[in-house]
Design a protein around this ligand. Structure first.
Ligand SMILES: Cc1cc2nc3c(=O)[nH]c(=O)nc-3n(C[C@H](O)[C@H](O)[C@H](O)COP(=O)(O)OP(=O)(O)OC[C@H]3O[C@@H](n4cnc5c(N)ncnc54)[C@H](O)[C@@H]3O)c2cc1C
Length: 504
């Protein structure tokens, strides 16, 4: 594994959980301490719950009002509740805190990140990959590049990374204020209330940390004429941030300290192929885009969730190598959709939201977002909850995420997400007598259970459900006698080849 950002850390956790011997190399000596990704969306919250990480995340989250999501900063809250999620607001947690939580979990699973270790070369052969790192060599059967938007691995394998260069420039900075004018938000409300234009700038300012109701740090994301003129590599300065604060929030808003700052653009690119032999790509190494709508970090976590169990199955010899191709087949379209959605939002939100040609478009999108169906559609798009992988089965449940139902089992009441904590697949028998759990094949446990009432509903509309380790439905049986043998082979062997009679 190359890179200990959120993608690399979470993927390493997935592999270690499945018993894979994993090495993680990271160029930096210490964690960055940079907030960058501002939080996890609804689907990532579900994913973290499936691995028992959600409590640690919510403990360190930034308190926020339950005000719904957004599309392009428009002032129409998006309601994710129709998607039957337990986390309709997502969770606001700065990326550095999430990385700490993931690195702690990884240590608990017995893996230490090898810091100050930069990958500088690699060679792959028929058995594995040999990486040259700053202090020697590391050999593994596979290498996963989680080394971010400037991926060295991408360059080393000559991977095609098509897309477009950026056309706008902006700054993201973590700051402290000596004094805050009236317009500075004191709590985290709907994102549209934290976004303001002023003096030729736009700025999103929101509380980041603090104790006892006192805000200590803010995150300021802004752009204006100076940012458009500065090169991408120019360091972000306190004077630059102070000028933007004054322009947008007036002279009463005074900067005390710039913790860190970075420049970003709306460049967007995506790897043509996520797999190059024994080298796979995940997270920003595979796709970059404007960080609007909080998608990048979430895409990376969910890439990791999709790849982890597949790679673990192949390394353990349970699944054929062909299963790895389904990682590209499933995740490439998801990121392509996010890139398209981000570009659509960029047109509406930047750089001049009041331009006449955009105003009409904003009004139309807002009108549509006020309609229940339009709101649900956009909420599904932005939350990651609408993702449905094409698993070759027209049943609308197959390929969609499994609802986190409460279940009564022989061992008591539990939830789907709690049953997934071990990272194994589930065959839920919802119409059979309660009985002990047993493995059917490929690390899938058969669990006889009854759906019990919970905030996400009382039914799934099937008698039997195959849930993959990443929480997506691999197959449903409408009748108790239907058998998942072929679907098991398709999910875990990567093709619907004739399956052995697995279930007896
Ligand atoms: C200003 C800004 C704001 C953002 N806001 C949001 C947001 O609100 N919501 C959201 O979801 N996303 C946001 N993002 C995007 C998010 O930060 C990224 O999508 C996320 O960091 C991707 O995680 P990653 O693990 O794939 O890559 P990274 O976090 O970039 O991690 C890559 C790691 O690899 C290491 N590395 C690189 N090269 C090597 C090498 N050769 N050898 C060893 N190690 C190496 C790096 O040091 C780094 O630790 C934002 C990004 C920026 C820049």
């Amino acid at each position: 594994m190359v890179g200990a950002g959120p993608t690399g850390l979470f993927l390493a956790c997935e592999l270690a959980l499945a018993g894979v011997d994993v090495a993680v190399v990271e160029r930096e000596a210490v964690p960055s301490g940079q907030s960058r990704g501002g939080g996890v969306n609804q689907r990532s919250a579900e994913v973290l719950a499936m691995r028992g990480l959600l409590d640690a995340v919510t403990e360190r989250a930034v308190p926020r009002e339950s005000v719904g999501g957004h599309f392009a900063f428009l002032p129409v809250p998006l309601d994710a509740r129709p998607w039957r999620t337990r986390y309709p607001d997502g969770i606001m947690i700065p990326q550095d805190r999430l990385e700490q939580i993931l690195e702690t979990r990884l240590r608990e699973l017995g893996v230490r990140v090898r810091r100050s270790t930069e990958l500088v070369g690699l060679v792959q052969d028929s058995d594995g990959v040999e990486a040259t790192v700053s202090d020697g060599r590391v050999r593994g059967r596979y290498l996963v590049a989680c080394d971010g938007g400037h991926s060295a691995v991408r360059k080393l394998v000559g991977a095609d990374f098509p897309g477009q260069a950026g056309t706008m420039a902006a700054v993201s900075a973590d700051i402290e204020l000596a004094s805050a004018g009236e317009t500075v938000p004191r709590t985290v409300g709907h994102i549209s209330t934290m976004m303001r234009p002023g003096g030729g700038y736009w700025m999103m300012l929101h509380p980041l940390d603090g104790e006892g109701g006192r805000v200590a740090g803010y995150r300021a994301v802004f752009g204006g004429p100076p940012q458009a003129a500065l090169p991408r590599t120019a360091p972000v300065t306190a004077d630059e941030v102070a000028a933007a604060l004054t322009a947008v929030h007036g002279p009463d808003t005074v900067l005390a300290r710039l913790r860190w700052g970075t420049r970003f653009s709306d460049a967007h690119r995506q790897l043509a192929q996520y797999r190059h032999g024994r080298v796979l790509f995940a997270g920003d190494a595979a796709h970059i885009h404007l960080p609007i709508g909080g998608q990048g970090l979430n895409l990376g976590l969910q890439d990791a969730m999709n790849l982890g169990w597949k790679l673990a199955g192949v390394v353990a010899g349970r699944s054929p190598e062909a299963l790895l191709d389904t990682y590209h087949d499933e995740r490439h379209p998801v990121a392509a959709r996010v890139l398209a959605t981000v570009r659509a939002q960029r047109v509406i939100a930047f750089p001049s939201p009041e331009a006449d040609d955009v105003r009409g478009l904003r009004e139309i999108v807002m009108d549509m977002a006020r309609l229940p169906d339009g709101n649900e559609y956009l909420a599904g798009l932005m939350s990651g909850l609408a993702i449905r992988y094409d698993l070759g089965d027209p049943d609308p449940l197959v390929g969609a995420r499994m609802i986190d139902l409460a279940l009564g089992t022989q061992d008591g009441v539990t939830t789907v997400s709690a049953l997934l904590r071990a990272g194994r697949g589930l065959l839920l028998d919802l119409d059979a007598p309660l009985a002990p759990v047993h493995e059917v094949a490929w690390g899938v446990d058969r669990i006889p259970a009854r759906v019990v009432g919970s905030p996400v509903g009382t039914d799934v509309g099937a008698a039997r459900v195959l849930v993959r380790p990443d929480g997506y439905v691999g197959w449903v049986g409408r009748e108790p006698h239907e058998r998942p043998d072929a679907a098991l082979a398709r999910c875990f062997a990567g093709s619907a080849q004739e399956a052995p009679a697995l279930l007896g």
